[in-house]
Design a protein around this ligand. Structure first.
Ligand SMILES: *[C@@H]1O[C@H](CO)[C@@H](O)[C@H](O)[C@H]1NC(C)=O
Ligand SMILES: *[C@@H]1O[C@H](CO)[C@@H](O)[C@H](O)[C@H]1NC(C)=O
Ligand SMILES: [Zn+2]
Length: 376
């Protein structure tokens, strides 16, 4: 994931960057020197994640990411503050640089985008990127009850008490990453299309393009209020254990075609397909994972990954069941009441000896019997 911090650093040091990012360049050099000192220039890849451990000290730490999230054991923590994002709508304001860095598809984000509330400090956005698999292998990094989603988005922010991403990346409270699961829905996702439609321009490794600004909030799930929180790491070398993770419970939908575009377009080194760029599950080592919401499954929801169709079928059928239950209750009430009324009338008519009233009420009872039969 984040990453790419390192690779971007190398790129920026080698390539003369634009004047707008001169601040980042200085820190990039420091960071590049720092990582050289500890690990030399390791050319890491996803096919050989074991080798990260020897080349990058932190990758074998005890607070690594990603992790599996067990929804049955995650406790609800009412003290978790809900997130308030600011400046995510970039419609018409700027263009954004979209990069294929050989490890991921990454969009650079302006410092006007922030997490205003949710943490002890304000965190400012730096970039977002994706992890994915293949048609056969779902490629989210985090898993829910040991199940992968097809893909995952990470929006990387750094603590405003540090000057930039590079400086923050190695500090304990340096980073806050928002993670969202991407699943398959019936329709094209127009917001994701703003990124995916530019993929063919950057299919070659280490290429980039500019795309028009849009509302980045719309790349995230509808609800940001239901999330998991834990302390973890970058999911790529150098694996710094400096990330406060927020993984949303709501997922995002893109169409099958859009997911295929993400899986099949970008190339990495030696012109190989860039796919399965997700890190293996890491152990919790006693860490806590908290939830901002009650995790007991509501109204008989299924454990399988929901799709748009399944969701709507579940909602529709529970609506029908409710209607039937209320209909039956109503019919029974009416039936009991009318039987009671009939008996009272009969009793009453015995005293009055008025045969006319019996004639009037008999057909009514027959009607009610028929009604109750239709319902059951
Ligand atoms: C993360 O670490 C900080 C600092 O040690 C701690 O205060 C916080 O409770 C931890 N968060 C979780 C979810 O464990
Ligand atoms: C969301 O939470 C519900 C309730 O705990 C759980 O069943 C479902 O698997 C969760 N989905 C994700 C993506 O976290
Ligand atoms: Zn990531």
């Amino acid at each position: 994931m984040l990453l790419d911090i390192l690779l971007i650093f190398h790129l920026q040091v080698l390539v003369i960057a634009s004047s707008s990012s001169s601040e980042e360049d200085g820190s990039s050099e420091r960071e590049a020197e720092h990582s050289k000192g500890s690990s030399h220039q390791h050319h890491w890849g996803y096919h050989d994640q074991e080798s990260w451990l020897s080349a990058f000290e932190d990758c074998s730490g005890k607070s690594q990411s990603p992790i599996n999230i067990d929804t049955h054991t995650v406790p609800y923590d009412p003290k978790l503050a809900l997130l308030k994002l600011e400046g995510y709508d970039l419609t018409g304001s700027t263009t954004l640089k979209l990069i294929n860095n050989g490890h991921t598809l990454q969009l650079s984000l302006p410092s006007s985008m922030r997490i205003l509330r949710g943490f002890d400090h304000v965190y400012v956005a730096a970039q977002l990127h994706f992890h994915w698999g293949t048609k056969e292998v779902p490629g989210s990094e985090h898993t829910i009850d040991n199940v992968h989603y097809p893909a995952e988005i990470h929006v990387v922010h750094f603590n405003t008490k540090y000057a930039n991403l590079a400086e923050a990346a190695s500090k304990a409270d340096g980073l806050a990453v928002l993670g969202g699961f991407i699943g398959i829905g019936l329709h094209d996702n127009d917001n994701y299309e703003k990124i995916l439609s530019a993929l063919t321009d950057i299919s070659i490794e280490e290429s980039d393009t500019e795309i028009p600004g849009f509302n980045v909030r719309h790349l995230l799930p509808d609800s940001l209020d239901r999330f998991y929180r834990y302390n973890g790491s970058l999911t790529t070398p150098p694996c710094f254990q400096t990330v406060s993770w927020t993984v949303f419970n709501d997922s995002i939908r893109v169409s099958r075609r859009q997911l295929a575009d993400l899986e099949d377009t970008l190339k990495t080194e030696h012109n190989k397909l860039l796919s399965k760029n997700f890190r293996a599950q890491q152990l919790l080592h006693g860490r806590k994972v908290l939830a901002s919401f009650h995790t007991e499954p509501a109204t008989g929801k299924t454990k399988s990954l929901p799709t748009e169709t399944e969701d709507s079928i579940i909602m529709e059928s529970s609506g029908h069941i409710l209607a039937i239950v209320f209909g039956a209750l109503f019919a029974v009430t009416v039936l009991v009441f009318s039987v009671y009324t009939y008996q009272q009338r009969k009793k009453y008519s015995k005293f009055k000896k008025d045969s006319k009233q019996n004639v009037i009420y008999k057909p009514a009872v027959v009607d009610m019997d028929q009604t109750s039969l239709t319902v059951t």
